[in-house]
Design a binder for this molecule. Structure first.
Ligand code: PEP
Length: 255
């Protein structure tokens, strides 16, 4: 049975005080059972982790190094992340792939680093607009899955969260329709089933990301293979993000 997960990605936004204020507001929220993950700036993660009072709200990082330790100035290792008791880290986000030139192999190295340190990767993938227009969506997603998850054990794969984020929908205000999103989610779920077997595949959450907001969350999260959202812009303002959590909570409670 899928449980809807609501994940936020703050990207390079919020000052220290603004970030603490957001967590304070979350702490005030009446109790809910939905799992919430917040991808915060690394610099604040320890404080936000310490300030968070909600058991089902998890602090996540947005990136990590592909190396384990050593002379890599400015980098943050998976082991460092794990030492803060942070349980999740976003990898393979399209902004990292396009702006910083991250390849599938580099993303795969990061995924492995995280899993070796018991941090769950939120592994992002998705096609660009031109790839979609050339009818390459499925082949791109398949390539990203195959290379991004290469050489992982079944146990490793069972600790991954996937986020399908069509690049053309990220930060553009253009959301994939529920049909467009569901079709790629179903394809991804089927890929996982064929590769790792049904029992394992049926436990891997596949989130949707790309201009997901309080207006479209309900129809997206109601699709059979959409397990919730990875939310950028709409995760920055507490009241908006809270509305999305409330939508997920209702669905999780069968309402
Ligand atoms: C993201 O950054 O992962 C994202 C989905 O952004 P937005 O919701 O702003 O499109």
């Amino acid at each position: 049975m899928k449980k809807i997960i609501v994940a936020g990605n703050w990207k390079m936004n919020k000052t220290y005080l603004e970030a603490k204020q957001f967590i304070a507001q979350m702490n005030q929220k009446s109790s809910f059972g939905t799992e919430v993950i917040l991808g915060v700036p690394a610099l604040y993660s320890d404080t936000l982790y310490a300030n968070n009072q909600k058991e089902n709200v998890h602090i996540a990082l947005q990136n990590c190094s592909d190396q384990s330790e050593g002379a890599f100035t400015g980098e943050i290792s998976a082991r460092m992340i794990a030492s803060l008791a942070v349980k999740y880290c976003i990898v393979g986000h399209s902004e990292r792939r396009t702006i910083y030139g991250e390849t599938d192999d580099l993303v795969n190295a990061k995924v492995k680093q995280l899993l070796d340190s018991n941090v769950r990767p939120i592994f992002c993938l998705g096609e660009t607009l031109s790839e979609r227009e050339l009818d390459q969506t499925f082949s791109i997603v398949e390539r990203q899955l195959t290379l991004g998850l290469q050489d992982l054990s079944n146990e490793d794969v069972s600790n991954i969260v996937i986020a399908y984020e069509p690049v053309w929908a990220i930060g553009t205000g253009i959301t994939a329709s529920k049909e467009q999103a569901e079709e790629v989610h179903a394809f991804t779920a089927n890929y996982l089933k064929e590769k790792y077997g049904s029992p394992l595949a049926s436990t891997i959450p596949i989130l949707y990301g790309g201009s997901c907001n309080e207006k479209n969350a309900l129809e997206l999260f109601s699709q059979p293979n959409i397990w919730g959202g990875l939310i950028g812009g709409a995760s920055l303002q507490f009241e908006v993000f809270e509305n999305i959590i409330d939508i997920a909570e209702k669905l999780n409670n069968g309402r």
